[in-house]
Design a protein around this ligand. Structure first.
Ligand SMILES: *[C@@H]1O[C@H](CO)[C@@H](O)[C@H](O)[C@H]1NC(C)=O
Ligand SMILES: *[C@@H]1O[C@H](CO)[C@@H](O)[C@H](O)[C@H]1NC(C)=O
Ligand SMILES: *[C@@H]1O[C@H](CO)[C@@H](O)[C@H](O)[C@H]1NC(C)=O
Length: 355
């Protein structure tokens, strides 16, 4: 007579566990706070990144790098700037992703993080944290040169969203390895004040423009071929004698940063997020950042702490001293099994209450 209740209990447990986060996976903070302009694509971007991370959106082998395909991550989305009030809470995340972040309009009037919160983000990076920027991540925190170095360059203007053809500039990276030779989508093409390839720790461009399209013109400091997405490894905050211009030269006390960055200026259009090639670009970029690689095809998570040993990492690893600093997440390895047990007990408790 106890068969039925225990069957319900089992089903409820399975249901609860299926929706729980997996503490053995790395966790990203997906920060979508907007102090100004708010993009329509934000909800679609959040669900796409979350689903790629938790495995509920599985791309075909044609669209996602094989070393990243089965790597998983937890996505904690937030718009709460107070999460940046102390470095210790930021260090719980294996990477911080700024997607569609914007300053108060017009840019420069006010920023989405205050001075202390921005300093904590930069401290997280100095201690080895990794960062991804999506679309208007290049279009915020203009008064912080060290943030500009982190994201690679500040935005200047964009052409009207329209049909454009893009092409990868390298396939030696999980974010572009499966992109077609030409990708035609409707997108906003971003122009930048400076060239992220001229930073002391230079960016490698991943994607460029391949078609003629009407462009109003304006300040274009991004160089050729036009970088629309890029990655960097190590010395993420270091300023240098590379004559970047006043934009990125200040805040020289912020230096080093042995982690990695992946930045894509695309993603304005909701349709872009539903494009499997772009989804593979995002999964490859975030997966590379977290070193979620699985050469044997089984799900492997390195929990971000061992980024320097990633087999999928392009050979740009820096030997600078900041590489030897430990990643913010390394302590999470120690707590992983405790966390699994805690999560299981938590799920049991929650589900028992639900009954
Ligand atoms: C994965 O994330 C998506 C998008 O947020 C969510 O709808 C889905 O329930 C999640 N799946 C699991 C198994 O947690
Ligand atoms: C991420 O979200 C999960 C689920 O809400 C929560 O249990 C976990 O503590 C969060 N992680 C961090 C680092 O805040
Ligand atoms: C985009 O690239 C193509 C090919 O290099 C070039 O012909 C075109 O002028 C570029 N378009 C713009 C607006 O820069």
């Amino acid at each position: 007579m106890y068969a039925l209740p225990s069957l319900f209990l089992s089903i409820s447990l399975i249901a609860c566990v299926a929706f729980a986060q997996d503490p053995s996976w790395p966790t990203i903070l997906l920060f979508t706070h907007t102090a100004g302009y708010r993009h329509e694509a934000i909800p679609t971007a959040i669900s796409t990144i979350t689903s790629l991370g938790n495995g509920s959106l599985v791309l075909s082998d044609d669209n996602v790098d094989s070393t990243i395909k089965s790597g998983r991550w937890n996505t904690n989305n937030s718009e709460d700037a107070t999460l940046f009030n102390d470095v210790a809470s930021l260090k719980q995340y294996d990477a911080i992703v700024f997607a569609f972040t914007t300053d108060v309009d017009p840019p420069g009037v006010g920023s989405l993080l205050n001075d202390d919160q921005t300093a904590n983000l930069l401290e997280y990076i100095e201690q080895g944290g990794s960062f991804a920027g999506i679309h208007s991540a290049t279009n915020c925190l203009y008064s912080y040169p060290a943030y500009g170095r982190l994201v690679g360059a500040f935005f200047t203007y964009h052409a009207q969203s329209q049909r454009v053809t893009l092409k990868p500039t390298t396939r030696d990276h999980p974010s572009t390895s499966k992109l077609p030779d030409t990708l035609t989508i409707s997108e906003e093409m971003y122009h930048l004040r400076t060239d992220p390839r001229k930073l002391p720790s230079p960016a490698t461009a991943l994607l460029t423009n391949a078609s003629a399209y009407p462009d109003p013109g304006g300040q274009r400091g991004e160089g050729n071929p036009q970088p629309l997405a890029w990655y960097r490894s190590g010395s993420l905050l270091t300023s240098g004698a590379s004559a970047l211009g006043g934009d990125l030269d200040g805040q020289t006390q912020c230096t080093g940063g042995g982690g990695k960055t992946f930045v894509t200026t695309l993603g304005h259009e909701i349709a872009t997020w539903n494009n499997a090639a772009f989804q593979g670009h995002i999964q490859g970029g975030i997966g590379w950042l977290l070193s979620v690689s699985a050469n044997d095809g089984t799900a492997v998570s390195t929990n971000g702490g061992s980024s320097s040993s990633s087999s999928s990492s392009p050979s740009q690893s820096s030997t600078s001293s900041d590489e030897t600093r430990s990643s913010p997440s390394s302590a999470s390895h120690l707590g992983a099994s405790v966390a699994v047990l805690t999560a299981a007990l938590g799920a049991l408790f929650a589900c028992t209450l639900a009954l």
